[in-house]
Design a protein around this ligand. Structure first.
Ligand SMILES: Cc1cc2nc3c(=O)[nH]c(=O)nc-3n(C[C@H](O)[C@H](O)[C@H](O)COP(=O)(O)OP(=O)(O)OC[C@H]3O[C@@H](n4cnc5c(N)ncnc54)[C@H](O)[C@@H]3O)c2cc1C
Length: 236
């Protein structure tokens, strides 16, 4: 829709932002709104609808066009999240977590990870990505995380637990934050790992009223095809 009085949206909003916002809003109004209240009452996760939104680019909005993403700037992203929130705030929370995780991957991925994670996520093939930072003992104080990652051959072993992980029960990919002492930074250095659900040693706890707990001690990848480490199976 052409907005003749574009100026009323402020100096940063352009017609192309509104075109994208309108497309997302149409999806939210037609597809998400009808069952949103009932899903909230039942604590049901709309995996199929989230998959459809992901196919529209909604779970990886700021990923660049060369990585198969929509390449939105912050204004387009904010307007799109606002449009989803208007009709299904729960899905908007999932989208925010996924977009945060996807943006980190898009910015820092190695060429291998770009093919393996960033592009499939941008195309919607992985649904919503989960962002796994919070732990039982570390929320606001993100530097207080206890999860550790140590090198093992070409791969890494992660050891720790996370909680409040939005969309964790259905995510195929998690961005997991862990301390990496002795990796060139100081002992407080934190790294982010792309971890696929189903990785040996990774397990998912039961969510209570929402975000899930994940526990993992997996072999994970960071730039190496086929992590060579043996996962520790004592994960609990
Ligand atoms: C719906 C929902 C979804 C979430 N999704 C995710 C997710 O996808 N991924 C993820 O990693 N995490 C997620 N979280 C976790 C969220 O990021 C944490 O809850 C948040 O960081 C706060 O941590 P905490 O709950 O441990 O509270 P705490 O950090 O223990 O804080 C408790 C209270 O103390 C206050 N406080 C803390 N530090 C200070 C300080 N220095 N000075 C003054 N006051 C302080 C806080 O403001 C708060 O009121 C989610 C949480 C919710 C509720």
């Amino acid at each position: 829709m052409a907005y003749p009085d574009l100026a009323k949206f402020g100096p940063f909003v352009q017609q192309q932002h509104l075109d994208i916002r309108d497309m997302i809003m149409r999806f939210a109004q037609e597809q998400l709104a009808p069952g949103a209240h009932e899903r909230d009452l039942l604590a049901a996760f709309p995996a199929e609808l989230i998959g459809e939104l992901a196919a529209l680019g909604g779970m990886s909005m700021k990923t660049a066009a060369e990585d198969d993403g929509p390449g939105l700037d912050n204004v387009g992203y904010a307007l799109s999240i606002e449009a989803i929130s208007r009709f299904d705030p729960s899905v908007a929370v999932v989208a925010v977590a996924s977009n945060l995780a996807a943006a980190i991957l898009a910015r820092h991925a190695t060429p291998d990870q770009r093919e393996r994670f960033v592009k499939p996520i941008a195309r919607g093939e992985k649904g919503a990505v989960s962002f796994a930072l919070t732990e039982p003992g570390a929320g606001s104080d993100a530097a207080g995380i206890k999860t550790r990652a140590v090198r093992d051959g070409d791969g890494w072993v992660l050891d720790g637990s996370k909680q409040w992980i939005t969309g964790g029960s259905h995510a195929k990919v998690f961005t997991v934050f862990a301390k990496t002492p002795g990796e060139g930074g100081d002992d407080k250095a934190v790294s982010c790992f792309a971890v696929e659900a189903g990785t040996a040693g990774f397990s998912l706890g039961r969510g209570q009223d929402g975000p899930e707990v994940i526990r993992h001690r997996p072999a994970v990848l960071r730039g190496m095809p086929g992590a060579a480490c043996e996962p520790d199976r004592q994960a609990g």
